[in-house]
Design a protein around this ligand. Structure first.
Ligand code: DGL
Length: 266
């Protein structure tokens, strides 16, 4: 039987928070994941750079392992790259965008916080979503690169610096009205418990993982799956890195068979 090949893309391991939801719902797909560690973090990179990297990486992987569906498991990239990717590929492309609509619906105090990267919090894509779906809410924003780094280090085996994390969230600790926080970066569900500790007044933490899993499932029902021979679940990086050996072991627990360095033509 022909398994659908799904590619997940992020600057780092944040996309694991989305991949985990999809894999739980669809355990029998063929999974590829690429993290662009050469350009990590994306938080403050230019929109042009992010578009160029994403296109180049998806195209390179697709030439080796024909992909049936791509999940851009990164809010920072999704808010800029989706039109270009959809033009370049005829397969379904699923983006990750901050869960602003469900957050506005669930909030009782109508004061919500968007916690995302520095890039995402200022995108016009996000301003449009707020205007469309959260017009009746006060929307506070924190754009943080530090939190992305903390989450990345946690998954790669380091302990979480709770003091640094608390400092990043200082502005919201004194806001008793804030009852809902949007985890608008795929790295943040991976440090949700730590974030929760710093913001005890917040009742709801919203991310897009479950909604994306359902979207992928429904798109795959209609998708044409390309014939291919079964291959391993590869995880690609774009640059060699020090913690490789320890990390490879952890990657097996996440369901990946082999870590490969992706060669990109300059
Ligand atoms: N995980 C990404 C996101 O969802 C990007 C984090 C980064 O590299 O800054 O926004």
């Amino acid at each position: 039987m022909n398994k659908p090949t799904l590619l997940f893309f992020d600057s780092g391991v944040g996309g694991f928070s989305v991949y985990k939801e999809v894999r739980t719902l669809l355990p029998h797909c063929h999974y590829l994941y690429c993290f662009d560690n050469e350009f990590f973090p994306y938080s403050e990179k230019s929109e042009e750079t992010i578009i160029e990297r994403t296109l180049q990486i998806c195209t390179t992987i697709n030439a080796q392992y024909p992909i049936d569906l791509i999940v851009i498991a990164c809010n920072t990239a999704s808010t800029v790259v989706l039109p270009a990717l959809r033009q370049a590929f005829s397969i379904p492309i699923v983006g990750t965008v901050p869960a602003i609509k469900p957050a506005a619906e669930i909030s009782q105090s109508k004061t919500i916080g968007l916690l995302a990267t520095k890039g995402t919090v200022k995108r016009s894509y996000v301003n449009d979503l707020i205007q469309q779906y959260a017009n009746d809410c006060t929307v506070e924003r924190i754009g943080s690169t530090k939190l992305v780094e903390i989450a990345e280090q946690k998954i790669q085996g380091s302990s979480v610096d709770l003091i640094a994390l608390k400092n990043e969230l200082a502005d919201w600790q004194t806001n008793p009205d804030l009852d809902t926080v949007i985890l608008g970066c795929t790295h943040f569900p991976l440090i949700k418990e730590e974030i929760q500790l710093c913001l005890p007044q917040v009742k709801f933490f919203m991310d897009s993982g479950t909604a994306i899993a359902k979207r992928v499932q429904s798109l795959l029902e209609k998708a044409e799956i390309k014939p291919k021979s079964a291959v391993k679940n590869f995880i690609f990086c774009t640059k060699h890195f020090e913690a490789e050996h320890k990390f490879v072991k952890a990657l097996q627990l996440w369901g990946f068979d082999e870590l490969q360095l992706l060669e990109l033509r300059s």
